[in-house]
Design a protein around this ligand. Sequence first.
Ligand SMILES: *Cc1c(COP(=O)(O)O)cnc(C)c1O
Length: 367
Amino acid sequence: MVKVPFYDMSRSYEEIGEALEAKAIEVLRSNCYIGGAQVEEFEQHFADYVNAHYCCGVSSGLSALHLALIAVGVGPGDEVIVPSNTFIATWLAVSHCGATPVPVEPDIKYHTMSAEYVERSITRNTKAIIPVHLYGQSADLAPIIELARKHNLSIIEDAAQAHGARYNGDRIGSHSDIVAWSYYPGKNLGAAGDAGGITTNQPEIAQKINLLRNYGSILKYQNDIIGFNARLDPIQAALLSIKLEKLDSWNYSRQEIANAYSNGITNSCVVTPSTPSWSTPVWHQYVIRSPYRDKLKHWLHTCGVETLVHYPIPPHKQKAYESFNSLHLPVSELLADEILSLPVSPHLSPDQVKTVVDAINDFDPTT
Ligand SMILES: *Cc1c(COP(=O)(O)O)cnc(C)c1O
């Protein structure tokens, strides 16, 4: 039986491991372990890649979101509009500012934020909106940006899953005020540990992030604001520069696998993902829906195909958000029950892709 792991990182390591090892040794021998040329080089490479004026490396995607919110002035008493169906970090960043996350339901077809629902949730306390480019598919930004202008709100895009994704032909990275990135190992562009970044076209925002990530200091022992230690490690930055060179070809492989799934899956109990006209996705996840999700997941497991659910419990139903638990958000709750992420890592073989398609088409919920 052909086994299909959900994400086999050893395959990408086989492709570029030697270059990564040489680079890691170079950084170790440089004796420069905080900041420095490797961080600056990666920041320049990534800013160029996404067409932004500035990139500031930080320690994780959560830090990127948190510092971005502080940089636009979000604080206690403010409300920030967030998707009801996102990874918990989007909400946590808001809570860490002492602000309140205000969940809006997604467009059920595309899983992304819809401006229509956002508008209904704006109050006089609203300070910012965080659209999430979930699964590597861009949210429809233009109407959200228009709303933000009209109501004088900031936008922080959560692009943790969208390295290389395009909105109306342009790469995500500088459409709004700030874009927050994660380079967690499993993302499309991932380090060998925790790492993150923000991109922006606004020099004041880049400056603020540079302060915030480094104890509120640019000149050593001179502290201008109450900052954090949330810097990007040079060793991770150096590895990311190498992996960035692979991003487009690995995204292309994901696209090919996604096409094979969308063309090959014909089982009527399964809905394959829809791509709206504005979006060129990078398939961080390939997410199908089925009313028989749990049974299908078990069936696929018996066929050697590992799958995951992103995410099984929406943030408003988490213990950490107890005061939200009584909220009923039917779209995100339905999605949490029906979604299933298929393996879509760039090194899957044609045999493995075929195994997934055949196993899904052979699934019969009545047996
Ligand atoms: C991964 C992720 C984050 C958090 O990134 P970390 O680097 O793990 O802190 C935030 N938002 C979304 C949508 C993510 O997928």
